[in-house]
Design a binder for this molecule. Structure first.
Ligand code: S3P
Length: 448
């Protein structure tokens, strides 16, 4: 099992208004997929703006272990010399995906239809997360998985030599599961069909098409039906990774709750399968605007402008929007504490199996900071106190979860007393420049 070193206690407190521009890093989902699809292509894929967070670095290392040549040219520019669909070599050692559910699940899919045996592991957080949701559909192709009880890592997967194409309805709203099945389908002859009842982030579908695979998506009564024709020759690409809306969420939410703030977060991808938080914030009355809306690389992009919003109101978040903002509920719950009245979040069972149980982690920290929270298995309610009325003054456990750590550090910028997290180390998995970026806006966030 891997770890991430000594804990880094951090704190944040009220300070001057946040101002200026926040240039957040590249999108995590697209960065993982760029490396994996690059490794499955024949020839050189060039990636610009790759997120150099630990999660993605671990995926880069894994691609090298499977035989791809992955080179860091500096300044976020990387290249991948791929081995082609079905060309993965058996790694000499264990594949350690660190903290990354996306990394491990996508890579399991990518290797499952090649006759190699691979052992996967990760940190304590990843080793507690369910892998059966991926290994169940991979078994339909013929791959075999053996792991710890409950389908936990460490786990060994033996890929299948003559895979069958699969038709699979994803039982939980999960882009990772959908993507694992599609990546496995790449090396199966014939058509692999994946059906999702609720739309989840569609980067795998878009990028597979971009790499030259034959893939169609139909909206039917059954849901989104995705059909991939197996054994394509993927063509290397030049990818410019858009900036991550899930990282943009932190400076945006900080600006909304910190008095007097006015922050611009340029070049944020607003793919509708990712932008649910911003819509929700606007419904709460946030002063959040999309400036200079445009299209880049086939994706909608805008500059987000967030200004201090003292009059936000709690709302009921439509459950149908959950998948498009699933990573953003922790920071939304922080904003909800500063809004007037209850914010109701339903249909969010998946939050319980992220890097931590995010409902439990946020509820405990919010309560310790003086905010009332109710919760059930797949719902929770944060009772907002309104601007200037949130006590704070708590020390919260980040539980090896980057988004829990960042959410409470954002919270401390507007609570009456400072907030502390026991370990800011996990922030490096997705947002390695969080601390300098926030302090650059004027935020009082520091190691404590
Ligand atoms: C991701 C999918 C989501 C999300 C994760 C990234 C992806 O996970 O929470 O941060 O890149 O496919 P699930 O598939 O478990 O919902």
């Amino acid at each position: 099992m891997s770890g991430h070193g000594d804990p880094i206690p951090m704190m944040s407190q009220r300070g001057p208004a946040l101002t200026g521009e926040a240039h957040v890093p590249g999108d995590k989902s697209i960065s993982h997929r760029s490396l994996i699809l690059g490794a499955l292509s024949v020839g050189e894929t060039v990636i610009e703006g790759l997120l150099e967070g630990q999660d993605v670095i671990d995926t880069a290392k894994a691609m090298r272990a499977f035989g791809a040549e992955v080179t860091d040219h500096g300044g976020g520019r990387w290249s991948v010399h791929g081995v082609g669909v079905g060309g993965f070599a058996e790694p000499a050692g264990v594949i350690d995906c660190g903290n990354s559910g996306t990394g491990v699940r996508l890579i399991m899919g990518a290797m499952a239809t090649t006759p190699i045996t691979v052992t996967f592991t990760g940190d304590a957080s990843l080793c507690s997360r369910p892998m059966g949701r991926v290994t169940d559909p991979l078994a339909l192709f013929g791959a075999k998985a053996e792991g710890r009880e409950g389908g936990r890592l460490p786990m060994t997967i033996t890929g299948v030599r003559d895979p069958m194409p699969v038709r699979y309805t994803v039982p939980v709203p999960s882009a990772q599961v959908k993507s694992a099945v599609l990546l496995a389908g790449l090396n199966a002859p014939g058509k692999t069909v994946v059906i999702e009842k609720e739309a989840t982030r569609d980067h795998t579908e878009r990028m597979l098409a971009g790499f030259g695979a034959e893939i169609t998506v139909e909206e039917t009564e059954e849901g989104r039906v995705i059909t991939l024709t197996g054994q394509p020759e993927l063509k290397p690409q030049h990818i410019v990774v858009p900036r991550d809306p899930s990282s943009a969420a932190f400076p945006v939410c900080a600006a909304l709750i910190a008095e007097g703030s006015d922050v611009l977060v340029p070049n944020i991808g607003l793919n509708p399968t990712r932008a649910g938080l911003f819509e929700t914030l606007r419904e709460m009355g946030a002063d959040l605007t999309y400036e200079n809306p445009r299209e880049e690389g086939g994706e909608p992009v805008a500059d987000l402008r967030a200004r201090f919003s003292p009059d936000m109101k709690g709302i009921e978040v439509p459950p149908a929007r959950a998948a498009s903002m699933i990573d953003e509920y922790p920071v939304l719950s922080v904003v909800a504490a500063f809004a007037e009245g209850p914010t109701v979040m339903r249909g969010v069972r998946e939050l319980r199996v992220k890097e931590s149980d995010r409902i439990d982690a946020m509820a405990q920290g919010l309560r310790a900071a003086g905010v009332e929270v109710e919760e059930g298995e797949d719902w929770w309610v944060v009772h907002g106190l309104g601007h200037g009325k949130v006590p704070g003054g708590a020390t919260v456990e980040s539980r090896l979860d980057h988004r829990i750590a960042m959410s409470f550090l954002v919270m401390g910028l507007a609570t009456n007393a400072p907030m502390r997290v026991d370990d800011g180390g996990p922030i490096a998995t997705s947002f390695p420049v969080f601390e300098p970026l926030m302090t650059g806006l004027g935020a009082d966030v520091r190691r404590a």
